[in-house]
Structure formats: C-alpha cells, structure tokens
Ligand binder design. Sequence first.
Ligand code: G6P
Length: 614
Amino acid sequence: MCGIVGYVGERQACPVIIKGLHRLEYRGYDSAGVAIVHPDGVIDIHKCKGKVSGLEAFLAGKDSSGTIGIGHTRWATHGEPNDINAHPHFSRSGEIALIHNGIIENFRVLRDALRTNGFTFRSSTDSEVLVNLIEYVRESGKCSLEEAVRVALKQVVGAYAIAIVEKGNTSRIIAARKSSPMAIGIGDGEYFLSSDAASIIDYTQDFVYLKDNEVAVIEKGKPLHIMNLDGKDSKVAVQKLKMSISQLEKGGFDHFMLKEIYEQPETLEDCVRGRVIPDSKEIVLSGVLNNKEKFLKARRIIFVACGTSWHASLIGEHLIENMCRIPVEVEYASEFRYRNPILYPDDIVIAVSQSGETADTLAAVDLARKAGAFIYGICNVVGSSIPRATDSGTYIHVGPEIGVASTKAFTGQVTVMTMLALLVGRLRGTIEEGYYHRVAQAILELPATIREALNTAEPVSALARTFTYAHNFIYLGRGYNYPTALEGALKLKEISYIHAEGLPAAEMKHGPIALIDSEMPTVAIATLDKTYEKTLSNIEEIKARGGKIIAIVSKGDDLVRRSADYCIEVPSTVECLMPLVSVIPLQLLAYYIATYKGRNVDQPRNLAKSVTVE
Ligand code: G6P
C-alpha cells in the first residue's frame, strides 16, 4: 500500500528517495512521485501513474537537484490511479507540498468548507484537501507551518502518515502520523523518513518511530523535535533496527516469493531458536511465561487477523483447543471490529499479523483493549504498530517478507502457535507428556522436514505447466489441513488470477460437487492422518464425476495414487505440523502456474502487502 520516503541532509535527495521507493514497491502501488526543494527554495513536483522506474524515466533530463525532498508510492483509495491523483500534492498557492498515506474519512466535509473559502481542487484525493486545510489554517491563523499542521490535524478524522516540505525552506520536513506508520532514520547531520524503516536501512539503523498524534519537525543539523497535537514536547526514543541489506534482496532467485518459499527451512530455524531447548524440550516463550496467570485462567482465546494470517489462526484454533482445552474463536478483524463483540476480562485476544500494520487488525486490538481483554501479538515486523499496541507477544522472526503473497510468514505463524499451544497445554496440565515431547522434537526437526518438502518443486513445476489452462480450482482438506486448503487456494488466486476455492473436503457433497467436470481440477490434501480414509472417499466421489485430481500425499502412500490423476509426495511429521509441510507444494504450485502465465508474482495486480486502510 502507499509508501513514503523523505530525505534532508547534504546528499542529493532524489536518488535517496527513488532507491527507497524501489524498496517499497513490493507493498503494491499504482503511481509514484517526488517533490524536491531546489537550492533556491523552489519546489518541483514530478509524478506519474505507473511504476517507480517510469518515474525515473520521467525525471531523466529534468532538474531534480536539491538536498531535501519527499517521495511517495500511491495505492488508490480516493480517485483513480492517474498522474493528477498521484502524490505529492501542492497547496493552492504552491507553497506547501504534501504526501499522505491513509484515509481522511471526513474529507468531503473539509473540502466543502474549503470550497466556500474559495479553494479549488485539481485531484479527487483526500490528500489534496489536507494540504489545503493546512494552508488555510496557516493563512487565516497567521501561524507557523508546524502550528498549522497541528491545528489542521485536530480537525481530521481518519488515518494518516504525512510528510510536508515548504517553498523557500531547504532544511526542514514536517511529518506526522495517526494509525499509519512513520519512521525517522537518523544519520550524521541528515535525516531519512519512511513509512517502512526497512526501506532506508542502506543509510542508517537508528530509528525513531512516531506515535499516533505526534508531529515531528525534522531539520538538517538540528536535534529532532517531536510534539503532540497540542504542541507539548514528546520524548525522542531512538531504536536500533537490526536488518541486513541482503535480507531485502532476491539472492539469485527470480522472484522474492520463490526466495521466501525456499528460505523456510532457515526462517523456521530462526523462529524456533532459543524457544525449544533441544535437550530438555522445554519451551521458552517469554511473552507467555511472563503472563502465566492470564493463560492459566483464560476463559477463551479469540484470534483476530486478516488474509493468510487468518488462515494461520484457524490452525491455531485446532492447536489450542487440542492441547490447551481452551475454547477458541477465529475472527476476521474487519468483522470483529464492527460487530459489537462480547469480550470478557479473562479473554485473551491474539492478534496475528505479518506486517503488524494491517488497519483492521490494529483496530480490533484497540477494541479489545477498551473491553479490557489481555492482548497477545504474533507478528513479524519488529517495532510495527500491532506489537506496540499489545500487552505481550511473540515475534515470528522470519525476516522481511517482500512478496505480496505471504509464504514464510504463514509457516512462522503456525510454528509460533504450535509452541504456544504446547507451552500453555503443559502449564495447564492438558497435554500428555509423551505427546508434548514428540511435538517439541518435531518442531526441532522442522527445518529438515521443510527442506525435504521443497523437493516437490520439480514435480510441482511440471504439473503447473499442465494446469495453466484452468480457469477454476478447488482445494480440499480436512482437520488441520482444511486451513491449508484455504491458504493454497488464496495463493493461487492472488498471484495467478485463477479463481480458486478452498473447502473442507466433506462439504463438497453439500453443493460444490455440482461444479465438478473435466475442466475443474481439484487439489486434495490427503496425507496420512485421522481423516485420511474419509478424504479418500471424497476423492473417489470427485473421480466418479470426471474431475481431475492432484493429491498431496504422504511419502510412500500408494493408495491415493489409484484414484488421483497426479500425486505429490511430502514427508511426514506429527499431524499438527502437517499444514507446514503440505502448504509447501501448494505455495510452489501457485508460484509456477503464475509464472507460466506471465504474471507479476511479487506485485500482483490490485493487491498490497501491507493493508493500512480498512
Ligand atoms: C494483505 C496481504 C496478505 C496478508 C494480509 C494480512 O492482504 O496481501 O498477504 O495475509 O494483508 O496482512 P498481515 O500483515 O496483517 O498479516
């Protein structure tokens, strides 16, 4: 979704901003632009629909000199993606240029009020309304820009991260945030600005994360000044971001998604390291251990999440109910937040989010907090908004996920949930000791198991060629693997644009089996578990109606082969960890079908990596 980069210092700002915008491309966007303040104080805005590379071409031959500037990638919310709606936006007089992430919900009211004061608008965006509101406040109140920003933002309902430059000022950027991330990178006599700190780690590892309702005055050669909307000074807390540049690059793979699929043995090793002690099999999750009482007394656990994180949560439901005997509910964050849900003080709400910035999940966390529940986060991006808003939690530590289609975050989330369920189950005495040890051992062996599952790449790639023709797919699973079927279908939809539906296998006969014919392939997860025989029957029913079946089966299993058209063998592990294994060929299948269809795998159309608007 929208991205922000800014720079003020001694370097040329434009190359720094363009590089940062490239790093933000994976989040999904449809237009890009920069505002540079030239050494003579004149601001030039260059912006266009399309990719950052298009913006670079557009800039060629133009004067982009200047040591201060702001840049933006836009994901359209108000107004179609075009050159005019792209950011930055000038105020009426051209004195102020602004970039904005988020949504100003009351922009119509504000726009109407500005119109009655003679303002006109070039674009259809809520952002242009905001920059003009700031100008109006500054003119009518005869106040400084920083004060005008604070006063204007008090009138705004919605979410924003903004950055502003001003004509005639070659040393200062003003930034502010509410419900949309903003990090300020601190260099030597220079400052960087970004909606995602990772995009500027080429330059610094020291960051200040703005909090909601804070305004920052970022001035070259001066200490960073942060205040709240009333002008009261806030503390400037610098944090170190430990991330290497190689973690952000493709490492020889054609796409980030493929790199991230192949990284999973290592990312799971990182995720488990120090958390399952190899000798004793003790599980150390400080987020749980420091809040033991909460987990011992929990009446209910409610997962709130979106997308892939919601699928992982469905597996979490099985894990926790099985091992901890605590009732679990899994909620789409977007539904939960608007449903007036019933929450008790002894409920635990677990917010699951790769980015830690998903607007609906963050709002669900706020709601749960107001209701007095204990909130636990399972997130990937360290220091992001959701972990900062929770009472406690566990990072999945799988490294930056760049491909829009989530892969290694899913396996990291399920692994953390398994460790959590084991630990809480043991604390509550609801888990049998032998089972605990078997699962803990299997977690330690996960990197090797996933490495073996990656051997499916070759047969899956061959199979993908056969199925590029398909317009629809059905994915089936049962038990722990029903959410895996949902996840497999989502992966295919997201990156190949083929319609796919995930279903519990037994539900087929309640309607969807009517869709079966020779043109409708079914991917059935039929690994050896307690519902294996039942899944076999479901496969037979599809076969009998002329459907084509691709089955994911346990290594050495010959039985499914008799009914399925194609079998992909995966290694075995304990049943509760099988989703981590069976999802691997499904990730690969989606990847290869999408690449054979020539799709943009890492940045699929219409999608965003981090959905910071609701
Ligand atoms: C977007 C992404 C998905 C992701 C979902 C939830 O839709 O494209 O891959 O699963 O957001 O994101 P989160 O960061 O909260 O896990």
